[in-house]
Write a protein that binds this ligand. Structure first.
Ligand code: C2E
Ligand code: MG
Ligand code: MG
Length: 679
């Protein structure tokens, strides 16, 4: 079959079909819009086995017409309008159910009402074998694009579907591809004589569409030259549906980030060496700080808005090769292929943190969030495994959180060692509680006016059979984290009260202070602990002082006041420990019934440079009517300075370390004797 284009104009006259009526060859006009014959000459009526033109015109040719043919005819109609085209094709007619295949030349024909129809002029009956006729029909009717090109890609033949889709006969094979490089890749494979198959985007008359395309080397039956047979079928719908399903399966609905299962799949692919580059990766765990609190305080809608904004902002700073996923809740993971060098990575993380902290508009309110980040490196070449890397990133994140949040930590061995130490402590602290391995030691507190020991601070001691003394600074935070601080608190208060009872019974009268951690203070049952202490105590309750830190006073003021007043009502005294290391807002603190301010050891040890600051604290403490105790006094110079500046009491290694209960009385006598001799 061939197709020619010519400059021939459509026929226009008062009887538009007048010319054709006199012809001996069958000619008819097919009205594409109505699927009926509009005009037919005598020869045409004969070939169609119609008695006359009127009866032929009354036939509805849409009956039994395949959709492909209908589509093709529509395409011809627009080709006639746009390009004044002319086609030559077989047409198999079925006048009385008996097929006759004829060669027909199609041209455009303007109907009296201005619409474009198709003039069909039979040039002869097709003489081909049934096999040829059938295969020709199949080629004409199929939706599959079939085309034959020279080995250079010049078109030799296109079936109607290919002609319609691929901009007529003349467009070369190389011109149809949307994605750069696909044609070159295909050419390389057919030059190697390989068959080639791909799904690719093609420029068609209906826009850019996805096609399943195959090429095969063959010989041109006319010239015997090497040729290329191309078949292609439209898979756009299938691809869109599949892509959408794939997209949804891999995405987190709320933020549009990848989801946990996609991230897991990527990690698996990398570790199973599907990634031939054997690259280095940085794995970043990102958490929104205190997200739960935001969610609980402002509701889930605002929580969702924050998650969405957070994801959007991090995405602004990720590279094309990075994978960013929401693992659930406020946990995100960023996988960076070939991460930048250490300095650049730090710079990059600062940029992410800077972006994330910008205020977020949540309708009537503006909120700001920060993020804690843990980073670990996965080196495929070094044979690391993801389970380890994930654990390391998690530990680094944990480290960021413990260090005060709003920061990043890159994993190193010290963090690993710290984690091992922490798990040891976690496991052993519980056992120590069960085994009653904690004891209180007591450090004397000296009144500078009288040079006598007036009180002692109860300090917890843990002696481990293998590891020796473990300092409270190490195990108290672990007790807080694993939720056993209340048990410890109970143990301390009981032991302290029982010891006070013993000393009283032995005629040794001394005040005692016990430490209370902020976590313990926040506990709902906090006051009941001291109600219990009041029951055990065989001494005036004003002899027992609670040491709390400034952090305990931050938060819900009404609730803090309520707790402190309850302690006050019971008769216990209250001291503010480590003063100056926290928020240090005396105006705020003056609202609470504080009896004593303990100046933190760090200030005493920095004397005399910390002098002006200490003087100020001493003056302010006097203003709110609290007595002052300087902690960590180690030298005679420090003591002299404190005495000169009217500090009320002191405590420190200059006098004594914390000693066992049985030694306290003698230690106190020694200190007093020594003080008297010094004085
Ligand atoms: P803290 O309450 O400020 O206790 C004072 C700490 O300073 C004690 O350390 C004490 O031994 C040390 N210290 C006292 N004088 C000197 C000195 O002259 N030089 C030096 N270098 N250090 C001195 P310790 O016993 O290791 O306790 C550390 C912290 O652990 C305490 O600080 C307190 O916050 C906490 N802690 C101790 N016992 C308990 C307890 O029973 N319950 C709670 N919740 N925390 C406790
Ligand atoms: Mg203390
Ligand atoms: Mg202290």
């Amino acid at each position: 079959m061939t197709s020619l284009e010519s400059g021939r104009q459509p026929t226009i006259s008062s009887d538009p079909f007048a010319l054709a009526r006199g012809l001996r060859t069958p000619v008819w006009v097919y009205d594409t819009d109505c699927c009926r014959i509009a005009y037919a000459n005598e020869a045409a009526c004969k070939i169609w086995s119609a008695d006359d033109e009127a009866s032929l015109k009354s036939r509805d040719l849409s009956q039994g017409m395949s959709t492909t043919v209908a589509k093709r005819l529509k395409q011809y109609q627009s080709d006639f309008i746009e390009r004044n085209a002319e086609f030559c094709e077989f047409w198999t007619l079925y006048p009385n159910g008996i097929p006759i295949t004829v060669n027909v030349v199609y041209t455009g024909f303007i109907m009296p009402d201005g619409r474009m129809a198709m003039m069909c002029e039979v040039t002869g009956e097709a003489k081909e074998t049934p096999e040829t006729l059938r295969s020709t029909e199949a080629l004409l009717h199929t939706d599959v694009l079939i085309a034959l090109y020279t080995i250079e890609g010049r078109p030799l033949y296109k079936n109607p579907a290919a002609r319609n889709a691929l901009w007529g006969i003349d467009v070369g094979f190389d011109e149809i591809f949307v994605i750069p490089g696909v044609f070159d890749e295909m050419r390389a494979s057919w030059q190697r004589r390989d068959d080639c198959h791909c799904v690719t985007k093609i420029k068609t008359t209906s826009g850019e569409r996805w096609f399943d395309l195959s090429t095969k080397r063959c010989l041109d039956a006319v010239t015997g030259d090497q040729a290329l047979l191309v078949t292609a079928f439209d898979v756009s719908e299938l691809k869109t549906t599949r892509d959408k399903a794939r997209y949804l399966a891999a995405r987190d609905q709320l933020t549009g980030c990848f989801n946990r299962s996609y991230m897991q799949q990527r990690l698996d692919e990398i570790s199973s060496n599907v990634d031939p580059s054997r690259s280095r990766y940085a794995l970043l765990f990102l958490d929104i700080d205190k997200f739960k609190k935001v969610n609980d305080t402002f509701g889930h809608e605002i929580g969702d808005a924050i998650l969405r904004t957070f994801a959007e902002r991090v995405r602004k700073h990720i590279r094309e090769t990075d994978v960013f996923a929401r693992m659930g809740g406020d946990e995100f993971v960023l996988l960076m292929k070939e991460p930048p060098s250490s300095d650049d990575l730090h710079h990059h993380l600062d940029k992410i943190r800077g972006e994330v902290t910008k205020p977020i508009d949540c309708g009537s309110i503006q909120l700001s969030v920060t993020t804690s980040i843990g980073v670990a490196v996965f080196d495929n070449r070094a044979g690391t495994d993801w389970a380890t890397t994930m654990k390391q990133a998690d530990l680094a994140l944990y480290h960021s959180k413990r260090a005060g949040r709003d920061r990043y930590t890159v994993y190193d061995d010290s963090i690993g060692a710290e984690a091992i130490e922490r798990s040891w402590l976690e496991a052993n602290v519980k056992r120590a509680i069960q085994d009653d391995a904690f004891t209180l030691f007591y450090q004397p507190r000296i009144d500078l006016a009288t040079n006598t020991v007036v009180a002692a601070e109860a300090l917890l001691r843990w002696f481990h059979p293998e590891r020796g003394d473990i300092p409270p600074g190490k195990f108290i935070p672990v007790c807080e984290e694993i939720g056993v601080i209340d048990q410890i608190g109970m143990l301390v208060i009981k032991q302290a009260c029982q010891q006070m009872n013993i000393w009283r019974r032995d005629g040794f009268e001394i005040d005692l202070s016990v430490n209370v951690s902020p976590k313990q203070f926040q506990h709902e049952d906090f006051a009941s602990l001291f109600e219990k202490a009041a029951e055990i105590a065989d001494f005036p309750l004003s002899s027992l002082e609670l040491e709390i830190t400034e952090t305990s006073l931050v938060g819900d003021n009404a609730e803090v006041s309520r707790r402190l007043l309850r302690i006050n009502e019971l008769g216990f005294r209250l001291a503010l420990d480590d003063f100056g290391t926290g928020y240090s807002n005396l105006a705020h603190i003056s609202r609470f019934p504080v009896d004593c301010i303990k100046l933190d050891r760090s200030f005493v040890q920095q004397l005399p440079s910390s002098g002006p600051l200490l003087s100020l604290i001493l003056a302010l403490a006097k203003q709110i009517g609290a007595i002052t105790v300087a902690e960590g006094v180690e030298t005679a110079e420090q003591l002299a300075w404190l005495r000169e500046h009217d500090c009320d009491q002191v405590q420190g290694f200059l006098f004594s370390q914390a000693v066992p209960a049985d030694d306290l009385m003698s230690t106190c006598y020694d200190i007093c004797a020594q003080r008297r001799s010094v004085a």
